[in-house]
Design a protein around this ligand. Structure first.
Ligand SMILES: [Zn+2]
Ligand SMILES: [Zn+2]
Length: 825
């Protein structure tokens, strides 16, 4: 018997799969399809086992579905544009494209060594002009419909990456890539009008029943729809100041107003007020403070009284108008009503400047004292000191008071969103050029479709010294206007790489198509994606953008669906030494090292067995030994019998099989059932592996009893089932064992073993034994035991015998496998 020589085995089967095109698939409307997708990797150069976990999970499901008879598409590609390549160019003097292609080649080899079931003919790289030309094409369609537009706006600028960032990429004031603090700048930028789809993004979540709640919650918060009201506060001798509030029920408690220092009315309010010069100077100081620090509350709250008063339209009270650094333009209207009793920030401001506090919402079981309270009550309650609205609950008051404002012509109910349009301009080289030119005569002119793609010039200088390298390539920048033929300047901004990943999964269907982004007939067959596996960190960026993109494509008439992904499965991270495995922490494990020592199958099995796939797994050097020993144990078992089983062929067993054969068959079918459920419904791959380990133990236990004669059919079934069930997890060694068992055709073409519910049934059943209708004892008997046997056993049961003793037995009824009823007199 040969050893488990994983290196030879894995190389052999990987070669054969590629030669056979084992995972190449065609559209086949006659067959059910399964589209299994994983998030395409960024070709950074290093794959570590943290990435590999994602692909192991989707590979198991793909191979399983193929064995269930599905036409499975499980493609891979490269999210190949973006900053790291450009930074590498600056640091090492390698062109971004060269760096990227080298990394792709290396990582592709690593993935192939893992034995993933990819159709390599469909591989795409988003840095191919044949790919990004369709980014440009989509952009032009969006430009035609006003979904893409150019506007001046305060933007997030990363001074380290030297580019602007989308809001999603600058959360918490830091750059998502380099973690440096982001600055605010006013710049002309390109946007995609994702806000036109904000309600659809929310409403269509109803369709996403197989997405994890935590992802939907994050997306819902990101869109941030909230109901509120706008209310005008009249100002003596001036135009009214409009405020926005989500708590219109607290309006009678508004005892002052605060305007952003940048609010356009500030100068006018201060002008003519007492002491205007001093006030203006102090407001100027507030304006000079860092906007981001103000937004995040990292500066002390400060205010300046304008010297003017407004009228609270609900209470009729005269209230002072202040300017405060914690109010910002661009959020709401840039002016707020301050309700110190019911807003902590307002309360702190009121206490600092000695402003009035007025309680108007009474909590259910607490009496607030406006004079002494230190914590604002911002929950709901009953309205007090609110005139005609007294006694209403907050919930009742909000729509009533908003409607009252509308009726009086001083405001209206509103709906607001946190979502902002998607800023896609990047002032960097390694991205998709935005296909427009600026003509001296015609202004912004789109590049016509027949002039696409606008290709990145090869000879840009990568100095790292500020500015976009594209601006320094005259042959790129100087263009002829497509409209008038006159002098024009080509746009040098490139697109956010999240554009690339918003629709890449459509391109896999038609990766070489050059007269359209994809074939609509293929989309009809393959979509929606049945399973999408990827990291939870993409919950709001990629997974919002790609939903938006599909809706835009639908409105362009390109696809007929609202949502691209049916089921989303975010896999857990891989930790090492209790920290997330990452390059920056220096705690990564390269799959190549592990494969060299244990083989890819062991690595796959270990990753899948170590933890439930959606939870974090802790990498351990010793943990991998167990799965490796298990595979050796399976190998020895199979090889012990392979030769004789292969020779025998599938000859049926004639003689009566021994009881051990039945017990073994039972375990086999229980395991088929368990593994099927775990993979199919729950994707609980760790418990599926555990069930396989148990089955192998059971085969070892009963091996001697079924190794000869009539038991051999059960042995064959057990061994072949183990190999078939292992195939999605450890495909190389499974293929090798399958072929040694005498099967000419590979497991790539094999079917998942059929489940036999009868065989899986436990053979013992527990019966209740009644005497005159009362349960007096319990009995464990073989399933379907003859009535006579059950009757004798029941009467012999000690507690039953006790109740029968000395009496006359009138009748004994046996209800098969359920009950024995004894009637005595
Ligand atoms: Zn940065
Ligand atoms: Zn022109």
């Amino acid at each position: 018997m040969s050893d488990y020589d994983f290196q030879t085995i894995e190389t052999r089967w990987q070669k054969r799969w590629i030669e056979e095109g084992a995972f190449e698939v065609k559209d086949d409307p006659g067959r059910p399809k399964f589209y299994c997708l994983e998030m395409l990797p960024y070709p950074s150069g290093d794959i570590h086992v943290g990435h590999v976990r994602n692909y192991c999970i989707s590979d198991v499901v793909s191979r399983y579905k193929a064995m269930r008879g599905f036409n499975v598409l499980h493609p891979i590609g490269w999210d190949a544009l973006g900053l790291p390549a450009e930074n590498a160019a600056i640091q090492r003097g390698v062109h971004p494209e060269k760096w990227t292609r080298q990394n792709i080649a290396g990582m592709k080899r690593q993935l192939q060594r893992m034995g993933f079931s990819y159709p390599w003919s469909r591989e795409i790289a988003t840095c191919d002009a044949s790919y990004y030309r369709w980014n440009q094409w989509f952009f032009l369609r969006m430009l035609e419909r006003g979904i893409a537009y150019r506007a001046k706006a305060p933007v997030n600028w990363c001074p380290s990456c030297l580019t602007v960032l989308a809001n999603e990429q600058a959360e918490g004031g830091t750059c998502w890539r380099c973690k440096n603090a982001v600055e605010q700048r006013d710049m002309e930028q390109w946007f995609l009008r994702i806000t036109a789809y904000q309600d659809q993004l929310l409403d269509d979540m109803d369709e996403l029943t197989a997405w994890p709640d935590r992802v939907l919650v994050q997306q819902r918060n990101w869109v941030g729809k909230s109901h509120g009201a706008e209310v005008d506060f009249p100002v003596e001798g001036k135009a009214p100041i409009r405020i926005f509030t989500t708590r219109v029920d607290t309006t009678c408690g508004a005892t002052f107003m605060v305007l952003a220092p940048e609010h356009p009315m500030v100068d006018d309010l201060v002008a003519g007020a007492e002491d205007a010069a001093r006030r203006r100077e102090e407001i100027g100081k507030l304006r000079a403070q860092d906007r981001r620090a103000r937004l995040e509350g990292r500066v002390e709250k400060e205010g300046v009284f304008t010297g003017r008063y407004a009228k609270n339209p609900f209470s009729g009270e005269r209230i002072p108008i202040w300017v405060g650094n914690f109010v910002l333009m661009g959020y709401g209207t840039g002016a707020i009503m301050s309700v110190p009793a019911h807003d902590q920030r307002d309360l702190e401001f009121a206490r600092k400047y000695g402003l009035e506090v007025k309680v108007v919402v009474q909590p259910p079981d607490e009496a607030l004292d406006a004079k002494t309270m230190e914590v604002a009550w911002d929950g709901p309650g009953r309205l007090v000191r609110s005139g005609p609205f007294d006694g209403l609950s907050s919930e009742e008051a909000v729509p009533k008071m908003a409607a009252w404002a509308l009726e009086k012509g001083i405001g209206k109910p509103t709906v607001t969103y946190r979502l902002k349009d998607w800023l896609i301009s990047r002032q960097r080289y390694w991205g998709t050029p935005i296909p427009v030119v600026y003509c001296e005569k015609d202004g912004i002119v789109p590049v016509p479709d027949d002039q696409l793609p606008v290709v990145l010039p090869k000879d840009a200088p990568f100095t790292g010294k500020g500015g976009n390298p594209l601006e320094k390539v005259p042959a790129f920048v100087n263009a002829a206007c497509p409209r008038c033929g006159g002098k024009a300047r080509r746009e040098t901004d490139t697109m956010d790489t999240f554009v690339d990943s918003s629709w890449y999964f459509y391109r896999y269907l038609s990766p070489r198509k050059d007269d359209g982004p994809f074939d609509p007939a293929s989309v009809r067959y393959w979509f929606p994606i049945d399973l999408y596996v990827g990291g939870i960190e993409h919950a709001i960026l990629h997974l919002v953008y790609s939903r938006f993109w599909t809706k835009v494509m639908r409105d362009l008439g390109l696809v007929g669906l609202d949502e691209p992904v049916t089921r989303l499965f975010p896999q857990g991270m891989v930790h090492r030494n209790a920290e997330v495995m990452s390059k920056s922490r220096g705690n990564t494990i390269a799959p190549d090292d592990v494969i060299g020592r244990y083989g890819a199958d062991t690595l796959r099995l270990y990753i899948l067995f170590a933890a439930p796939p959606e939870l974090a797994m802790e990498w351990s050097e010793t943990g991998i030994e167990g799965p490796h020993r298990f595979l050796q144990r399976v190998w020895r078992l199979v090889l012990r019998h392979a030769e004789t089983l292969a020779k025998e062929g599938a000859a049926g067993a004639a003689a009566l099989p021994p009881p051990a054969a039945e017990a073994l068959r039972r375990k086999v079918h229980q395991t088929i059932d368990k593994v099927t459920h775990d993979v199919e419904e729950r994707i609980q791959l760790n418990t599926a592996v555990a069930a396989l380990m148990e089955l192998v133990n059971e085969i070892y236990r009963l091996e001697a009893e079924v190794a000869s004669g009539a038991g051999r059919a059960a042995l064959r079934e057990a061994i072949e089932t183990v190999v078939l069930l292992l195939n999605p997890f450890t495909p190389h060694v499974a293929e090798e064992m399958w072929s040694r068992l005498g099967h000419a055709e590979g497991l790539v073409h094999a079917r998942w073993p059929a489940f036999d519910a009868n065989a899986a049934q436990e053979d013992a059943v527990e019966l209740a034994v009644q005497v005159n209708g009362k349960v007096r004892g319990r009995l464990v008997v073989p399933r379907a035991a003859p009535d006579e046997e059950v009757r004798a056993l029941a009467l012999a049961e000690p507690r039953v015998a006790e109740h029968v003793q000395g009496k006359q037995i009138m009748k004994v009824v046996v209800v098969k496998d359920r009950l024995v009823s004894v009637v005595v007199r």
